[in-house]
Design a protein around this ligand. Structure first.
Ligand code: IDP
Length: 152
């Protein structure tokens, strides 16, 4: 019973400003996922560009980088069974207005450029993003006592 899939989840500057850190962390905790790393930081332009490299050249790229570097973000690594796909479901669609109520973007957002949170879109992206934002020694291996009540 090893559920070691990991995802990089980041509360963007709008989510931090709107004091949604506790709300969002709580949703992942209550679902049964395990927090293995977290830090608050203001990303450098270089880091933001690397993170969103796949969007380089798109019309919204510059404003996206400006937004992400405008203030502190709350970067996290969460672990558990199917965390990448389930994390995306919990987050909602890229556009908050297209996100169902009950999802994070569907409950708290309106505009795409203020969509509160990032979550890795594949296991490969997760591995890349975790390496980009965290040092290996910042990732905690631990076994929550609740594990046997969440996984059968
Ligand atoms: P995702 O965050 O749901 O994975 P992506 O398509 O990877 O969505 O886009 C990354 C981020 O770029 C989005 O979360 C959003 O902040 C921003 N973005 C995406 N498309 C647009 C757009 O058309 N206009 C403005 N910002 C956009």
């Amino acid at each position: 019973m090893e559920h070691s899939e990991r995802s990089f989840i980041m509360i963007k500057p709008d989510g931090v400003q709107r004091q949604l850190i506790g709300e969002i962390v709580s949703r992942f905790e209550r679902r049964g996922y395990k927090l293995v790393a977290a830090k608050m930081m203001t990303p450098s332009v270089q880091l933001a560009k690397q993170h969103y490299a796949e969007h380089d050249g798109k019309p919204f790229f510059e404003s996206l980088v400006n937004f992400l570097t405008s203030g502190p973000v709350f970067a996290m690594v969460w672990e558990g069974k199917d965390i990448v796909a389930t994390g995306r479901k919990m987050i909602g669609k890229t556009k908050p207005l297209e996100s169902d109520p009950g999802t994070i973007r569907g409950d708290f957002g309106i505009d795409v450029g203020r969509n509160i949170i990032h979550g890795s879109d594949s296991v490969d992206s997760a591995n890349r993003e975790i390496k980009l934002w965290f040092h290996a020694e910042d990732l905690n291996s631990w076994k929550p006592v609740t594990q046997g009540w969440i996984y059968e």
